[in-house]
Structure formats: C-alpha cells, structure tokens
Design a protein around this ligand. Structure first.
Ligand code: DX5
Ligand code: ZN
Length: 216
C-alpha cells in the first residue's frame, strides 16, 4: 500500500460534512477518519454510527473509524455497518481484546488498535499478527488542533521493529498534529500513513498538502 492520508473531519464544520467529504476526495485522500468520542473515554462527545452511515452514500472513500469510547466490545456493532476499518483503544480494553478483534474481522472489516502517547507499544505484543492497523496517537485523544508529541518518532521505530520481529503485516497510521512540515519525518521514521485533521481543514491548497505529505 502506498503512503496514505486519512482525513479527520473533527476540526471541520459538521453542518458542511458533504463539502468536506468532497474536498477530501478531490484532494486525493485515501480515507475519511471518523473520530467517535463518547464523552467518557475522552471528555469530548462527537457523533455516533448513524452520522457515519448517513455519510456513506456521499463518498466512495474508505471509512476509517477511530473509536475513542469506553467498553468498545459492547458498543462496536453499529459501527460495523459503514466502516471499512474499525480501530479501538488499547486503554479501553487492556485485557481480552482478542474477541473484539475477531468480531470486527467476522464482520468483514479491518481492525486497528490505537495507543496513547504515554502507552508503551509493548502492550500490543499479543495482538501484532492479528491486526491490520496500529493507530499511533501523537496527541492526547479528545481534541483536534494539538501539537504533535515528538516522542512519536521513537515510538514509530520501536513499533516497526516489533512488527519486523513478529513477522506482522499491520500498517502504522500516525494520528494527531500531523501537517506538511512533519509528515516526511514521520514517514522516514516508519509511518505508513497519517491522519490529517486541522492541517487539512485549514489548508488553502488541500491537493498540494496531500501531495506534499505523500511524496517522500
Ligand atoms: C484526536 C483525534 C485525531 C484528531 C486529528 O483525538 O483522534 O484524529 O482529530 O486532528 P489534528 O490533525 O487536528 O490533530
Ligand atoms: Zn483520530
């Protein structure tokens, strides 16, 4: 898979979501990144599965759903309709994620686990060969527009080495604070793709931003 960008709508005007979806498609993004927040796992509350379902008919882009919710194992079902990738947080289900991974795969979807900047990547060891994605947070989850935490570069190196040693095949997406200035360094440190949120919404030339991010 070539280096991919997945567009987070979190910092956009939700009442104009169709426009944002069109802009992402026209700019050459591969995916739409849906930041689902339940007000418990993170203080913010965004949207549920119906919002994503209603948007499904407006774009052919891959739907990459990021569940920042508590007890994802009990709430995942509605998100299996329209999502192509469902990512939950290790911190929300520190034990027994195997069943949730199986459930998402049985629904024919790809599965990811996300870890916060302060969570040691080593916790992912039991799951490495079962995952399609690891979503490496470069900000504390819950808000867009934050500054990238520089520890992500070291964490990328650790995670890519863990993947090599396990002969695992998952892709690594970096999420939070990514823009045209740090994307190349992230890619050179081992990222396979990045989430663009505020930098995309604010970009004057969105196509150019994605081209910049996608070219080493
Ligand atoms: C934060 C979300 C991120 C965020 C990315 O909790 O998971 O996807 O929206 O937005 P920027 O790119 O603005 O940091
Ligand atoms: Zn996200």
């Amino acid at each position: 898979m070539e280096f991919y960008t997945t567009i987070s709508i979190l910092s956009s005007d939700f009442s104009e979501v169709k426009k944002t979806l069109r802009e992402a498609e026209e700019a050459g993004a591969a995916m739409i990144h849906w930041d689902v927040m339940d007000g418990c796992f993170v203080p913010n509350l965004t949207f549920g599965a119906k919002f994503i379902d209603d948007c499904r008919k407006h774009t052919g882009l891959i739907f990459d759903t990021h569940l920042m919710i508590t007890s994802p194992q009990t709430k995942v079902a509605p998100f299996l309709n329209s999502s192509d990738i469902v990512t939950f947080h290790y911190e929300a289900i520190p034990a027994g994620a195997e069943n949730l991974i199986k459930e998402i795969h049985l629904a024919g979807k790809k599965v990811g686990i996300s870890i916060n900047p302060s969570t040691d990547p080593v916790v992912l060891h039991p799951y490495l060969t079962k995952l399609d994605f690891v979503l490496l947070m470069a900000v504390e989850p819950g808000r867009g527009g934050q500054k990238l935490n520089e520890n992500v570069y070291e964490r990328l190196k650790i995670l890519t080495e863990m993947r090599r040693q396990a002969n695992a095949l998952f892709s690594i997406t970096v999420d939070g604070g990514v823009d045209g200035n740090n994307a190349t360094a992230l890619r050179q440190s081992g990222a396979d793709g990045v989430v663009l949120g505020t930098s995309f919404v604010n970009a004057h030339d969105k196509k150019k931003l994605i081209e910049t991010v996608s070219v080493i």
